[in-house]
Design a protein around this ligand. Structure first.
Ligand SMILES: NC(=O)c1ccc[n+]([C@@H]2O[C@H](COP(=O)([O-])OP(=O)(O)OC[C@H]3O[C@@H](n4cnc5c(N)ncnc54)[C@H](OP(=O)(O)O)[C@@H]3O)[C@@H](O)[C@H]2O)c1
Length: 292
């Protein structure tokens, strides 16, 4: 038990920590819980490599909060952009205390296929797969990879990942396809945890339900949030807590391959615990990336 819970904020879980000298790379740093993560890690003295679709958006986020660091353009749905971001980061010649794979898109109303892949899978999973694998050797000895998944991973197809329909074109359902991409986030963290050595860790999380830009593709976002229940929503400060906790809290040293919700370990779906599925996704992702 961490002592933190639903109402804990990113400031709460990092209070008293001195992160000076540590560098964290964060995707989706310009909005929602990613921006709050940038702000609070900066508040504790960390330097941020802030990835956003454009350099301007990343730099503006750093400037808004007076956080020291470097903005890097990274369009996760464009492998060339992700590879260029990897090269830019490598050129900074810094060790990374953590990589926080936070950016994402949710529940596009119509199927969108890019490079033969469903756009949610491409953005949320494949883009991060390229990024993380391109940077993993820069991690500190006790460096951490934090992958922002979602409780929506429970909505993935019954077979977990539908490898015969990665384009998403057949029988498209917005939440199921989003759920599959978030299951892929979880499975990537699990596979990575097995591959990392020594004291390096990889964990995944559900941040809670938070009203952010993520709902931009929903025609009735307010209605969806009403249905969930307004009392079950987290503020952005609370929504950023679990990823900040996983990235920086000393309690998490040596905790790896796990799934967290409200700063507590939680059992994910059966599919998310399937090691064979995790390995298959890793291998298929490598093949996909090699072809892109
Ligand atoms: N909010 C929730 O209720 C909730 C629940 C469960 C999980 N999550 C997860 O939490 C994470 C953060 O979401 P949020 O709620 O903070 O939403 P948000 O405010 O929409 O932030 C998402 C971030 O991802 C970036 N992004 C989207 N597509 C991208 C792409 N193709 N390339 C690069 N960056 C891209 C966005 O950039 P732009 O601003 O340029 O679009 C933005 O910075 C997501 O992974 C989401 O799945 C959120």
């Amino acid at each position: 038990m961490s002592g933190f819970g639903f109402a804990s904020t990113a400031e709460d879980v990092s209070r008293g920590l001195d992160l000076r000298g540590r560098v964290y790379l964060l995707t989706g740093c310009n909005s929602g819980i990613g921006e709050e993560t940038l702000r609070v890690l900066g508040l504790r003295g960390a330097e941020i490599i802030g990835l956003a679709r454009t350099l301007e958006k990343g730099q503006a986020a750093l400037d808004r909060h007076g956080v020291p660091g470097t903005a890097v353009a990274c369009e996760l749905s464009d492998p060339a952009s992700v590879r260029a971001a990897v090269e830019t980061v490598r050129g900074l010649d810094r060790r990374l205390a953590g990589v926080i794979a936070n950016a994402g898109i949710m529940a596009l109303p119509e199927p969108r296929t890019t490079l033969g892949l469903d756009l949610q899978l491409l953005t949320n999973h494949i883009g991060h797969f390229i990024l993380v694998n391109g940077l993993v050797d820069l991690l500190d000895e006790d460096g951490r990879v934090v992958v922002v998944s979602s409780g929506a991973h429970f909505m993935a197809p019954e077979i977990g990942v539908d490898f015969d329909n990665l384009s998403g074109e057949r029988d498209y359902q917005p939440w199921r396809t989003y759920g599959q991409s978030k299951l892929a986030n979880l499975l990537m963290a699990k596979s990575l945890a097995r591959r990392l050595g020594g004291r390096q860790t990889a964990n995944a999380l559900h941040p809670g339900v938070i009203q952010t830009g993520l709902g931009r593709h929903l025609s009735d976002y307010d209605g969806v949030l009403d249905n969930i229940g307004r009392d079950k929503l987290k503020t952005i400060a609370q929504g950023a807590a679990t990823q900040v906790y996983l990235a920086v809290h000393p309690d998490l040293a040596n905790q790896t391959g796990l799934y967290f919700d409200s700063c507590q370990v939680k059992e994910p779906s059966k599919a998310a615990q399937d090691e064979a599925l995790a390995e298959r996704l890793w291998t298929e992702s490598e093949m996909i990336v090699a072809s892109l």
